[in-house]
Design a protein around this ligand. Structure first.
Ligand SMILES: CC(C)(COP(=O)(O)OP(=O)(O)OC[C@H]1O[C@@H](n2cnc3c(N)ncnc32)[C@H](O)[C@@H]1OP(=O)(O)O)[C@@H](O)C(=O)NCCC(=O)NCCS
Length: 179
């Protein structure tokens, strides 16, 4: 369902490929400033990124998750990912981008494009996302793509690279009917 290529303006989205592991490791997974609010420990070995890509491709195959690589408009290298985990009529979306590419509108373009794809190519009725209250840039992206901020989920996630203590998160939603 998700083979292909999407033009998103400030970036492109294409299917995740096994050879993306090296760029994923180099561009963001080994960078503590990017993984600060990730749910997984910073990668210290390329093999960890390779295992992640292998498992992500398996989840794409089974439909458990859809993951797209983000690329710069003029290049094919993976600089980040955007993904969704469907569950019935709804799916949780997540995203990450290499620090060298921050603050150029890339993630806003990528998530907007991904939302359009989700509502045009699937039957989903609701997209949702969480982000740490302290993750100001991520909150900003979710607002800019048109998602609605709900309440605060107290102590929702532990971000292992940040603290052992569960952190408060915002929840954001977007109904198909609102697009
Ligand atoms: C969050 C993230 C995806 C943003 O990607 P990006 O391509 O830089 O996002 P954009 O450029 O589209 O938009 C970023 C917005 O945040 C704002 N911003 C960035 N850093 C900020 C800060 N420290 N304080 C306030 N606003 C900030 C930018 O000004 C911009 O808003 P504006 O257009 O109104 O000026 C990226 O920083 C990232 O991958 N972080 C690490 C992984 C992560 O946190 N993922 C999300 C988990 S929920």
């Amino acid at each position: 369902m998700m083979d292909g290529f999407l033009e998103a303006g400030a970036c492109n989205l294409r299917s995740l490929q096994p050879r993306d592991a090296e760029a994923i490791f180099r561009n963001y997974a080994s960078d503590d400033s990017v993984t600060r609010y990730a749910l997984w420990p910073t990668h210290t070995r390329l093999e960890t990124a390779q295992a992640f890509v292998y498992e992500a491709l398996e989840r794409c195959e089974t439909g458990e998750e859809w993951t797209w690589s983000i690329t710069a408009p003029d290049a094919n290298e993976c600089i980040g990912l955007v993904s969704a985990r469907p569950s019935g009529h709804k799916a949780e979306i997540g995203y990450v981008l290499g620090q060298a590419f921050w603050n150029r509108g890339i993630m806003t373009a990528a998530v907007s494009c991904f939302i359009r794809w989700c509502f045009s190519e699937t039957d989903l009725n609701l997209l949702w996302a969480t982000c740490a209250v302290k993750n100001v840039a991520s909150s900003r992206v979710l607002v800019k793509v048109g998602m609605e901020q709900g309440g605060i989920l107290r102590g929702w996630h532990v971000f292992p690279n940040y603290s052992d203590k569960p952190q408060d998160c915002y929840v954001y939603t977007l109904l198909r009917s609102a697009t």
